[in-house]
Design a protein around this ligand. Structure first.
Ligand code: NAD
Length: 489
């Protein structure tokens, strides 16, 4: 493999060099995918039981080195170590679940027939695609891509992973760890590089692409994959809402909004970017949330609440949104434009932001929260549903919380907590609208990485054949009579 260019990764916290990686071009990516193809056949041939055993061993290897991996995540992303540990812990549960449940979800099963097909036995099986390309972001460099990698592997695919150019060392760590438990063939490989390498992976002949990243890039990935009709899963950005109803535990809601809004410097796809609070609870909520945010200590020091922005260019997006909100009549209750530093951004709480302002409609991806007073739960739901995004949401309340969860136009909802759906592997993960489509995690996540195959087998000759030129004239009369009886109301 000839590689002419490399790129460096510097830690947002220490500024030190984390590593230098090759930029893989079209030929190099195709070479990796060619190796993956043979490895995939071998991996698929191992069957569910052996794959599950290997995935359990992989989880054991990661668990044995959990702190080492978390330290690397923290170094590359800038997030505090406890957040990185939590990320790995959640990932391990998914890895174990995917391996354990693949056979149940994807194993061959018999299905029922109808009178017209009574002479057939019918079965459904799920086959792996072959090679799945996974393109990942940097904000959760283990949890996020592993939502695709673990489920694609459990379904019997080989995986070629293109990690973010900001977190490539973490990606390389995962691949090395996997190779310790599956040394025979390159079932999981990495292709390093920037967007061009991701595009090369889309064009490389992989059988499916699972992309997690921004909505803009997702649209590009879909267009590239369309050239070869390569199917895609798109896990994209969000503008998630948290709703506080009249019977909510306001302190718990403020605590969740603070952590959901500004932990990881707000760089979570499911970050709480908008909060809708019913009028009766508004003042108490803003006071409690402000008190929590004012006490936070962002930075790179030990015990910091959250770290610097991972991607330098995101700082300008945050600045633009804050400025736009204030220029449009919004108020900065905590922090303000002065909180936006070179790389570190202090927590910013905005109120009175008009609903059409970009701070309330576009993904900010920074430690800012826009809080809006609403008349009642119905208005909160209406406003929460008013963006093209639809990833996830949180609802705090009692009597009508379930109803609200069902009316929200999103893929995931946490009632009386933030993001807890991420920790239940049996639940699916994915959005609607500009937040993407397709599902990872859970049974739907396993099926996303397999294609169903339908098989019928004739058990005996049907007394009346309908699919033959020699069919009897009376056959049609019998069908019509049968249909009238069967579907009579
Ligand atoms: P990004 O879109 O900039 O990059 C994501 C990946 O795509 C990177 O690996 C990048 O190199 C690659 N890429 C860039 N251009 C490409 C192209 N033309 N073809 C193929 N690949 C290309 O996103 P990011 O900044 O790394 O991540 C942040 C975004 O990800 C946010 O919008 C966030 O909401 C979203 N995100 C979504 C989820 C989810 O599950 N829905 C999870 C985490 C992050």
């Amino acid at each position: 493999m000839t590689v002419t260019e490399t790129f460096d990764i510097h830690s947002p916290t220490t500024g030190g060099l984390v590593g230098s990686f090759p930029v893989l071009g079209v030929d190099a990516v195709e070479e990796v995918v060619a190796h993956a193809r043979g490895a995939g056949r071998w991996w698929a041939g191992l069957g569910f039981r052996e794959r599950s055993r290997r995935l359990r061993r992989w989880a054991a290897d990661i668990a044995a080195h959990e702190i080492e991996l978390a330290q690397l995540i923290a170094l590359e992303t800038g997030k505090p170590l406890p957040d990185a540990v939590l990320e790995v812990a959640l990932t391990l549960d998914h890895l174990a679940w995917a391996g354990r449940n693949a056979s149940r979800v994807l194993g061959k099963r018999r299905v029922s027939r109808t009178i017209l097909t009574a002479n057939q036995s019918a079965s459904l099986r799920y086959e792996p695609f072959g090679v799945v390309g996974v393109i990942g972001p940097w904000n959760y460099p283990v949890f996020t891509p592993m939502g695709s990698i673990a489920y694609a592997l459990a379904a019997g695919n080989a995986v070629v992973f293109k990690p973010s150019e900001f977190t490539t060392a973490t990606g390389a760590w995962l691949v090395e760890s996997f190779a310790r438990v599956v040394p025979e063939h390159p079932v999981l490989q990495q292709v390093s590089g920037r967007g061009g390498t991701g595009a090369a992976l889309c064009r490389s002949g992989v059988d499916k692409v699972s992309f997690t990243g921004s909505t803009t890039t997702g649209a590009r990935v879909m267009a590239t994959c369309a050239e070869s009709l390569t199917p895609v899963v798109l896990e994209l950005g969000g503008k998630d809402a948290l709703i506080v109803d009249v019977d909510a535990d306001v302190s718990a809601a403020a605590d969740a909004a603070a952590f959901g809004g500004v932990s990881n410097a707000g760089q979570s796809c499911t970050a709480v970017e908008r909060v809708f609070v019913v009028a009766e609870r508004y003042d108490q909520f803003v006071a409690e949330l402000s008190a929590i945010l004012r006490n936070l200590t962002p930075g790179s020091q030990d015990g910091a609440s959250y770290g610097p922005m991972t991607m330098p260019s995101q700082v300008e997006v945050v600045r633009r949104h804050v400025d736009a909100a204030l220029a449009d009549g919004g108020r900065a209750v905590v922090g303000g434009p002065e909180s936006v530093g070179d790389r570190l951004i202090g927590p910013i709480l905005l109120t009175d932001v008009p609903p059409g302002n970009i701070a309330a409609t576009e993904e900010t991806f920074g430690p800012t929260i826009v809080v809006t007073k609403v008349r009642d739960l119905d208005q909160a739901i209406e406003l929460a549903n008013s963006t093209p995004f639809g990833l996830a949401a949180s609802v705090f309340g009692k009597r009508r919380a379930q109803e609200a969860a069902e009316r929200l136009r999103v893929g995931m909802v946490s009632i009386n907590s933030w993001v807890m759906y991420a920790g239940v592997p049996a639940l699916s993960w994915g959005g609607v609208g500009s937040s993407g489509f397709g599902r990872i995690h859970g049974a739907d996540g396993l099926r996303e990485f397999a294609r169903s195959k339908a098989i019928t087998r004739q058990q005996f000759k049907a007394p009346i054949s309908l699919t033959s030129f020699s069919r009897a004239k009376r056959a049609t009369d019998i069908v019509v009579r049968y249909d009238r009886l069967r579907h009579r109301r």
